[in-house]
Design a protein around this ligand. Structure first.
Ligand code: HOZ
Length: 422
């Protein structure tokens, strides 16, 4: 019996998170047994250059010695206290330093918890119910946010999940990403009822879709004018596209920011934070309740803090961005040489590849219209060549500091081989 069949006997769908099941590309998922640097190794011994990086956290590459040291040393002193520890304060200080819009923070255990809690806080703080999100953006799997969502919801064709009560869904207004006119119209009509706008500042769960120039400025302006809370969901982009996140690239100060992935350095940690006056509405200072047994877990804090210290060195992002650009340029050239239309994006250590006839992709409908069959063939071709990409046409890719010339060049050569037979 295959490992996947065994897993299917006891795990729903055989996986603990849907995109991993390969439903978006067909075939059985690869089971990993270890990972080092830019590489992952499967249970059957195959090795792959990894562009998933645990879906974003592994910006330093797998198994960075300083992160492992921090984790093992901390673990020796206790796996979990359920009480305050100094590491929580240290990582909070570091995050606030790297992202000055975060004046106060709260650590949680997953990106879903971070966004769910930020939404509740925004609602509790403003006393309003309505929220705005954008089509194809994914903010985790809590009820208010699983409406026209990206990532696995899109991959599996259930962007609006059954199980979300209609009475709750009616408070979520979903608008097209990058459509400033639609935003203005909704604020014109309902501005005083809107608790918050939540956005992935660079969408990364409908492949990678950057904002149009000025889009975030209009979000900021409308939220400020209407007294609504602007939430930048930087679970994916935080410390990934730039040291200060996407907000530093676009010069926007959100009211709240959600973080995950890199902030846990590969351990389950995430966070939300922002304006001190809003965060003061959170229990125990204020009435909005949020809690978690493993929130601020010392081992996760140690991994996250070690990671944040290592990315905060001169030249880190310049070098990461150059590597990512080298990869994307090489793949782009290989596609063009073989007459294959491919729209590409990259920023910092994040990239996107969309098999679209449109050279520039800025809207969800463009991603939805892309050639997913071609992506499936490309994905499996790359897998056969020893390159592990996200098993869905709707996910972004990630390069780490451990990806060197050898890995990048081998990946470009692999893409060239695959494109020649597409
Ligand atoms: N939501 C993640 C991708 N954007 C997938 C998580 C996982 O399968 O681990």
């Amino acid at each position: 019996m295959s490992l996947f069949s065994e897993a299917q006997q006891v795990i729903a769908g055989g996986v603990n998170s849907p995109v991993r099941a390969f439903a978006g590309v067909g075939g059985d998922p690869v089971f990993f047994r270890s990972a080092t640097g830019a590489w992952v190794e499967a249970e059957d011994g195959r090795k792959f250059i990894d562009y998933v990086g645990s879906w974003g956290p592994m910006i330093l590459g797998h198994g960075h010695p300083a992160v492992l040291e921090a984790v093992t040393t901390t673990a020796q002193s206790g796996l979990s206290f359920g009480a305050p520890c100094v590491l929580e304060t240290r990582i909070a200080e570091k995050i606030c330093e790297l992202m000055p819009a975060i004046e106060k923070i709260r650590m949680v255990s997953s990106g879903t918890e971070a966004t769910m809690s930020a939404i509740r806080l925004a609602r509790g703080h403003t006393g309003r119910d309505k929220i705005i999100k954008f089509e194809g953006c994914y903010h985790g799997h809590s009820d208010s946010l699983l409406i026209k969502a990206g990532s696995g919801a899109l991959t599996l064709g259930v962007p609006s999940s059954p199980g979300v009560p209609a009475g709750l869904a009616e408070h979520t207004i979903t608008l097209p990403f990058n459509d400033a006119d639609a935003l203005a119209a909704v604020f014109g009509e309902l501005g005083s009822e809107i608790a918050c706008v939540i956005v992935e500042p660079i969408a990364g769960n409908m492949n990678m879709v950057p904002p149009e120039p000025g889009f975030h400025d209009s979000l900021r302006r409308h939220c400020t004018d209407a007294g609504a809370v602007l939430i930048f969901d930087e679970v994916m982009t935080g410390f990934r596209v730039a040291k200060g996140g996407a907000q530093s690239l676009f010069g926007i100060t959100p009211d709240l920011t959600t973080l995950g992935k890199i902030v846990g350095g590969g351990m389950p940690a995430a966070a939300f934070g922002g304006r001190a006056d809003i965060m003061a509405s959170l229990a125990p200072d204020g009435p909005v309740y949020q809690a978690g047994t493993l929130s601020g877990n010392p081992v996760a804090m140690a991994a996250g803090l070690a990671t944040l210290e290592l990315i905060d060195v001169a030249g880190f992002y310049e070098s990461l961005a150059a590597r990512t650009q080298q990869l994307v340029d090489g793949i782009s050239r290989a596609a063009a040489d073989n007459g294959i239309p491919l729209a590409t994006e990259c920023e910092g250590g994040m990239f996107g590849l969309v098999f679209s006839d449109d050279a520039v992709v800025r809207r969800f409908d463009q991603v939805a219209a892309a050639d997913t069959d071609r992506f499936k063939t490309f994905f499996h071709g790359m897998l056969d060549e020893g390159v592990y990409l996200a098993p869905s046409a709707f996910e972004a890719g990630f390069v780490s500091a451990a990806h060197g010339d050898d890995e990048i060049n081998a990946t470009i050569a692999a893409a060239r081989n695959v494109f020649a037979n597409l």
